[in-house]
Ligand binder design. Structure first.
Ligand SMILES: [Zn+2]
Length: 213
């Protein structure tokens, strides 16, 4: 199987750890190619992941390659890939600020900062279900059908992307956004971008993105 994908997943574990976006045994991340899903194992801290720890599974959850046990959240990864053709990478992590918002059951509106308007959109709260359960996988994948980032109640956060780098940047943006909202709340409250400016802002950013391609 593709060693470069496994190395990329191991590297993301270290980057999330160094950026204080995920500590210890928490979180799980995956990448898919045409045939398989590459996913982190259960029980290995994400900052010491080696490419050889990464498991390859099929879309039914059977292990094709690797020695460990796949992440206990394997189901929501499979469900999301089945529902989103454009998504090739998923990161679930426990970033401290976003997880704080998930504990407070505070969603983030999509019109409060340029990142929330153009990169991750609104960030909803997924109602609490037991970790690893089919119910959680169904709720998470239903919400991720039309969101790029979400908070999982009393648990953590999830982002998706066309590749692992994009999913990582969304997780970084999400935790930063939570810090900004926290500061704004302390300082008197979140104020929204005027609605009549939102369309122009989206057009401006998408023109920049297409230019940089
Ligand atoms: Zn978790």
């Amino acid at each position: 199987m593709k060693r470069n994908i496994k190395e990329e997943i191991g590297e993301i574990g270290k980057r999330l750890y160094r950026a204080n976006l995920n500590g210890g045994y928490g979180g799980n991340f995956s990448v898919r190619d045409e045939e398989n899903i590459y996913i982190t194992p259960a029980g290995v801290p994400k900052d010491v992941l080696d490419y050889s720890d990464i498991l390859v599974i099929d879309f039914k959850g059977n292990v094709i390659e690797g020695l460990g046990r796949p992440s206990s959240e394997i189901l929501f990864h499979i469900f999301i890939y089945k529902k989103r053709e454009d998504v090739n990478a998923i990161i679930h992590a426990h970033p401290p600020f976003a997880t704080g918002f998930s504990i407070a059951h505070l969603p983030i509106e999509g019109n409060i900062h340029e990142e929330s308007v153009t990169v991750i959109g609104e960030v909803p709260i997924i109602p609490y279900e037991l970790t690893s359960s089919k119910e959680l996988a169904e709720r998470v994948s239903d919400v991720m059908k039309n969101h790029e980032a979400a908070l999982i109640s009393n648990h953590g956060a999830i982002t998706v992307g066309e590749d692992l780098e994009k999913a990582f940047r969304k997780m970084e943006d999400l935790d930063n956004l939570c810090k900004m909202v926290l500061v704004a709340t302390i300082m008197g409250g979140v104020k929204k971008i005027p609605p009549e400016k939102i369309k122009a802002l989206k057009e401006l950013i998408s023109a920049r993105v297409s230019k940089s391609k």
